[in-house]
Design a protein. Structure first.
Ligand SMILES: [Zn+2]
Length: 83
């Protein structure tokens, strides 16, 4: 069962000074634009995976280790972050 993208507010707040859940991502798979808060999120183990509601492609992944965070945005063609 998918959670909504607001679930990522905590993990992303470790990395960014702005609320990235308010950002709009453009899916690299189908071009659909969605607020990060509206992505379909699975996790937390082994990491967070956010999928496009339009085509189910992986838009972003976050994996937190003991000393580093891996942020994979290759499924996001662009991320528009409001300031
Ligand atoms: Zn898509």
């Amino acid at each position: 069962m998918a959670l909504d993208g607001n679930t990522l507010a905590g993990p992303l707040s470790e990395l960014f000074a702005v609320d990235v859940t308010a950002a709009v991502s453009r899916c690299a798979g189908c071009g659909q634009q969605d607020a990060v808060a509206d992505l379909l999120v699975y996790g937390p183990d082994p990491g967070w995976v956010a999928r496009c509601p339009g085509c189910d492609s992986v838009v972003l992944r976050i994996v937190r280790g003991p000393s580093a965070v891996w942020l994979d945005l290759h499924g996001s063609a662009a991320l528009r972050i409001p300031l």
